[in-house]
Design a protein around this ligand. Structure first.
Ligand code: 5AD
Ligand code: FES
Length: 364
């Protein structure tokens, strides 16, 4: 490519970022163009600068913390990428009792957590009644805290019952917004349409909804990623969680390679411009593929961290992917470590529920 053409191309790409910031979305081919250039460091620095400035408008230098409680690793599903899939007979299964969960919350509350994320596989043992009981007891004991559920697909009726019992938020990654790609990551009984319906139902019921996807999952194309961004723009979630795909040795995807750090960071930056006030975590998966991954996620536009509050005795059993970090540390150690990491890049952890506030309400 001639020098002049290079300059033109560069101007075009930078201009696309300006337009993404202004319009909060682009045409699919333009999204693809940007995504394909994620390894261009000048371009990514330009994006991250804008993303950081946008985060600062809404959150200053504050980073919200969510205490993650992985309360069951039983799962009736068989997603090809996931270490706790039903067919992984090597996974040692566990369930936390309600007392275990309340103990985690108590520890977490002392450490300054004001959001608890109850996450688990799709485990039929926890009937709606059981989940509702846990929710109302957590709310009763910690009335100043928000509760986020992350327990997969259930009926509208169940989601409504959970909301009534005290759930404020719900995380359900769409994983990929393309039907065909979805069917390459999941067995036939799991359908993208159901997942999308769940997300819109949760939104309708008044939940702060989180979605997201894995970066670099097997068979993923640049077009798939552009579709993920378009889907997120359409759903307008309150939270967006993305992280690199990391193979797990006892899954059908054991031989695939992990997602790229640069691409994950670039997408975090783009997402910050697409939904400027969204809560975007710098994920454990990001910290697993790079020692400074979580810090770099924040510097690319993320504003949330989700340290683990699960009892250390079960942590190694919630292995969604190989080499997951923080599986040997106590909650207090993680909190301390993260707080230092975040200070080292000029931010600070905050004791705050960190609710999502829609832009029109912010202006009002
Ligand atoms: N690598 C990275 N992320 C994974 N998840 C599940 N398995 C993996 C993996 N092998 C993510 C999924 C799920 C979330 C809880 O963890 O996106 O929604
Ligand atoms: Fe868990 Fe650093 S966050 S040890």
């Amino acid at each position: 490519m001639s020098h002049l053409k290079n300059i033109e191309k560069k101007r075009y790409l930078f201009d696309l970022i300006d337009r993404l910031e202004k319009n909060k979305i682009l045409e699919k081919n333009q999204l693809c163009e940007l995504i394909s250039n994620n390894e261009n460091t000048e371009l990514s620095e330009y994006l991250f600068n804008k993303a950081r400035k946008t985060s600062k408008i809404y959150f200053g230098n504050k980073i919200y913390t969510r205490g993650l409680i992985e309360f069951t690793n039983y799962c009736k599903n068989d997603c090809y990428y996931c270490g706790i899939r039903r067919s992984n007979t090597k996974a040692e299964r566990y369930r936390l009792t309600e007392d275990d969960i309340l103990n985690c919350c108590e520890q977490g509350h002392e450490l300054g957590f004001r959001t608890f994320v109850l996450q688990g596989g799709e485990d039929g043992f926890y009937t709606d009644e059981k989940i509702c009981k846990i929710l109302s007891d957590v709310k009763l004991n910690f009335p100043d805290c928000a509760i986020t559920l992350s327990i997969g697909e259930r009926s509208e009726q169940s989601y409504l019952a959970f909301a009534k019992a005290g759930a404020d938020r719900f995380l359900l990654r769409h994983e990929t917004a393309d039907d065909e790609h979805y069917s390459m990551l999941h067995p036939d009984n799991l359908k993208l349409e159901n997942r999308k319906n769940c997300l819109f139902t949760l939104k309708k019921l008044g939940y702060q909804v989180g979605t997201g996807f894995m970066v670099g999952s097997p068979f993923q194309s640049v077009e798939n990623l552009a579709d993920d961004l378009l889907f997120i723009h359409k759903l307008q979630p309150a939270m967006i969680g993305i992280g690199p795909f990391i193979p797990h040795k006892d899954t059908p995807f054991s031989d695939f390679s992990q997602g790229m750090l640069s691409l994950t960071l670039f997408l975090i930056g783009m997402l910050r411009l697409i939904i400027p006030n969204a809560n975007i975590p710098s994920t454990t998966a990001l910290g697993t593929i790079d020692k400074q991954g979580r810090e770099r996620g924040i510097l690319a536009g993320a504003n949330v961290v989700m340290p683990n509050l699960s009892p250390v005795k079960v942590r190694k059993k919630y292995m969604l992917y190989d080499n997951k970090i923080c599986t040997g540390e106590e909650a207090a150690e993680c909190r301390f470590c993260l707080s230092n990491r975040i200070k080292s890049i000029g931010y600070e952890l905050t004791v705050d529920r960190g609710d999502f506030i829609a832009l029109d309400k912010l202006k009002a």
